[in-house]
Design a protein around this ligand. Structure first.
Ligand code: GLA
Length: 750
């Protein structure tokens, strides 16, 4: 809910901006109370309140972000902070909602630009605020002298309290300007001691949760790769430290304490800077990565930034991630607010790699159907002259050696078997050894006359070009029109190099960082509109393109090419801090695992994958009857509790982080009627048993019945007990050995 208070719209407010600023200062000097002139804007949603105001200079200043305040509580009006000696003016010491670079700002700016005459000074001041319903407000800012306008958008979700913020930068000057840095939003936390959590990784090693104390200076997490990247994910969480002294380890609490978190909805180069200011406040600035950025805005044009979402929880990191999961399901995913549960898929990539053909795929499809798989997906290798990763990308016709009768017989067969059919594509790429590249060598990102660096023998098509955009949109539309395809696995297997675009004037070439991603989103949106039943997975060599931007157009993601079930435990743990298990695809593949050479039982692999949206990626031709029976039983069990697993409230009972010997998760359905628990003993040493499992989130007064999916408890464990018993007394699992797993569910009886 939006409140905006103490607005004395005196005639002074309508005076010119400079004059108004002067007037405010005069009033101050005369001892006038700020409450008479100050404006405070307040947004309430879920359990949080966000407030900002206009200070005596006309700057937009953050005032409060945290737990929800009482409806009649007042918020102290904005007032700039004093000069910090002669070295730091109030312009740099005073937090701002959207600080422009000018007037001696030394902190991270939200906006920096260069005017046609060389002027680079920009000082934004409040013009007006326009509420739009009770959950949204737009605030217009303008430079003190020039015709640069910035509109800040705020919308709060009444359920989760997650706030969506973005900015629109408009040039009403007579000459172009170049935007060199543009954030979506800046968030400010008051002086305190904080711990930062963020996610980093690499190919086949994504989703490592890092935690560190926020100390003086700045921590930058970013991608300069033209895409989201495996190396860092555009999400952060900041917890307020309750430690008595700085020497204690900085660990954010899983279930207690205040957390502020944010996620940036952008699939191009991005940057989030977390600054600890000299006055001990924390400022978070996130948006387009300013590295190599330079967006020319012609007169009358405007630049929309991505959306930066932010939220607050007083229930630790667990509470923060539960809010975010709920928000993603209700507001981000294309099928929001109630996306379909992901079908259990079979994908043949690890079984056959590029050696796909009609007979082989049909044989695998029969076996997949026999264990209860819902969707059969054919991966790379079906098109062009694609025998390996050296050729074929760009040529999206069916390879007639492998599929002499086209795709139809295979698709029909998959349907007869009771599954739907999915297909792998990598639309934004081209192999130099392809008909497309031979015909259009100028379609790739490159600098004229310079070498074009290949990765996995491929180059990146320049989607910013309208002809490339149309080609991609066209072939995908044709593919989906001509074939009964329910699902696309949309891959993207390298990052940018030499990001040149020499078909447009030199001073417009850097717009590629924005236009490429916008065109990608536009193709996806258009495709979904034309083929509303088709679902899409975002894959980028695993988890290289997972963010709230791409998730508006894709139903699920491939978190990592690393399918080792033990590695996946900690990756899945990290992943779920930012993203819902609904979208987290997890395949069961072969043992020993190709990457780590680790051997694990099929049951362990199945239970590890069942924590997310389940898939099978093993070579079913090598399975014995017992494997089929195990998989069939566990897929059926998964189907029966899937909704709770992927849509329930997630509690991380024992963390798998740092290769922990034991780990456990629990998800509780929103009506608290069911809980599903997974437990893993990865190594048992010195005969130690599994730690006591005290569950969370149940109704203490309800009675719950225990049903095992896999495993057993110690003798004497009741089959029926109250929620209070499962949460306080807890149960003792009989789980020991290396790479052992157990799972059970509790169902409310009354
Ligand atoms: C990427 C994906 C894999 C597979 C291959 C195919 O690496 O992440 O799952 O689809 O491409 O080339």
């Amino acid at each position: 809910m939006l409140r905006y208070g103490v607005m004395t719209k005196s005639p002074k407010m309508r005076l010119s901006l400079t004059l108004r600023a002067t007037l405010f200062l005069t009033l101050l000097a005369a001892g006038s109370t700020m409450a008479q002139t100050a404006q405070v804007f307040r947004l309430d949603g879920g359990n949080s309140t966000y407030a900002f105001g206009v200070n005596e200079r006309g700057d937009l200043q953050p005032l409060y972000w945290g737990g929800r305040l009482g409806p009649h509580d007042s918020i102290r009006p904005a007032h700039s902070l004093p000069e910090m000696a002669s070295f730091d003016s109030p312009y740099t010491t005073t937090p701002q909602e959207y600080a422009s670079w000018g007037a001696g700002l030394f902190a991270e700016p939200a906006l920096k630009l260069t005017f046609a005459d060389g002027n680079r000074d920009l000082v934004l001041r409040f013009v007006r605020a326009t509420p739009n319903g009770s959950q949204s407000i737009e605030v217009l800012l303008k430079d003190i002298l020039r015709e640069i306008y910035v509109t800040l958008h705020y919308t709060i979700d009444p359920d989760s309290g997650v706030l969506a913020r973005s900015a629109s930068i408009e040039n009403r000057e007579k000459q172009p300007v170049v935007v060199e840095q543009a954030a979506a939003a800046q968030w400010t936390l008051p002086p305190a001691r904080y711990t930062l959590s963020y996610l980093t990784g690499r190919w086949a090693g994504e989703w490592t949760l890092n935690q560190e104390q926020i100390l003086g200076g700045a921590r930058v997490i970013e991608s300069r790769r033209g895409t989201t990247g495996h190396q860092a994910n555009p999400w952060f969480a900041i917890s307020r430290d309750t430690r008595q002294n700085a020497a204690a380890p900085a660990i954010a609490d899983e279930e207690h304490g205040e957390i502020w978190f944010g996620a940036l909805a952008w699939s191009g180069s991005w940057r989030i800077t977390i600054e600890h200011t000299q006055l001990d406040a924390v400022r978070v600035t996130g948006g387009f990565n300013p590295f190599d950025f330079g967006y020319k805005l012609k007169p009358g044009e405007h630049l929309e930034t991505p959306v930066f979402y932010g939220g607050y929880s007083d229930q630790g990191l667990g509470g923060a991630s539960r809010l975010l999961h709920r928000f993603e399901i209700a507001h981000i995913l294309p099928q929001a607010p109630d996306p379909k549960l992901r079908p259990v898929i079979y994908n043949s990539w690890e079984a056959t790699e590029f050696n796909v053909n009609e007979a082989g795929q049909m044989a695998l499809a029969e076996k997949a159907a026999s264990i209860g798989v819902d969707r059969f997906v054919m991966d790379d290798g079906w098109f062009g002259q694609r025998k390996n990763d050296h050729a074929g990308l760009g040529d999206w016709y069916v390879n007639s050696d492998k599929f002499p009768r086209g795709l139809k017989p295979l698709i029909d067969k998959v349907h007869v078997l009771g599954m739907d059919f999915g297909l792998w594509v990598e639309p934004e790429m081209v192999n130099p050894d392809s008909d497309l590249y031979r015909k259009h060598p100028d379609w790739v990102l490159n600098f004229s006359g310079r070498p074009r660096s290949e990765s996995r023998n491929q180059l990146v098509l320049n989607l910013a070009r309208p002809d490339v955009r149309d080609y991609i949109a066209g072939f995908l539309d044709k593919l989906l029109t001509e074939n009964d395809i329910a699902f696309l696995k949309w891959d993207y297997n390298r990052n940018w190099s030499e990001p040149g675009w020499d078909q447009v004037p030199v001073d417009e070439q850097k717009r590629v960082y924005v236009e490429f991603i916008r065109n990608l989103y536009a193709i996806l949106a258009d495709l979904r509109k034309k083929h509303p039943k088709v679902e899409i997975e975002s894959c980028s060599g695993g988890g290289g393109r997972v963010d709230l931007g791409i998730l508006r157009y894709t139903d699920e993601v491939w978190p990592s090419d690393n399918t080792d079930p033990f590695d996946r435990l900690s990756m899945q743990d990290g992943f779920t801090y930012a993203y819902t298990p609904q979208i987290m695809m997890a395949w069961v593949t072969d043992s020993p695992h190709w990457h780590n050479h680790r051997s694990t039982s099929l049951t362990y692999r199945m239970l590890s994958s069942m924590q997310g949206s389940l898939g099978i990626g093993a070579n079913l031709n090598h399975w014995i009857a017992e494997d089929f029976a195990t998989a069939k039983r566990l897929i059926a069990a998964y189907h029966s509790v899937q909704r709770t697993i992927v849509r329930g409230d997630l509690y991380r009972i024992i963390s798998p982080r740092d290769s922990s010997q034991m780990s456990a998760t629990e998800t509780v359905s929103s009506d608290k009627n069911q809980a599903v628990v997974f437990a893993f003993a990865n190594a048992t040493t010195e005969g130690r048993g599994f730690p006591l499992l005290q569950l969370q989130g149940l109704d203490p007064d309800a009675e719950y019945k225990l049903t095992w999916i896999e495993g057993k408890s110690w003798p004497g464990t009741p089959e029926n007990a109250s929620g209070a018993w499962w949460m306080r007394h807890g149960l003792q699992l009989d789980l020991r050995g290396d790479f052992q797993a157990a799972s059970f569910h509790l169902d409310r009886q009354r």
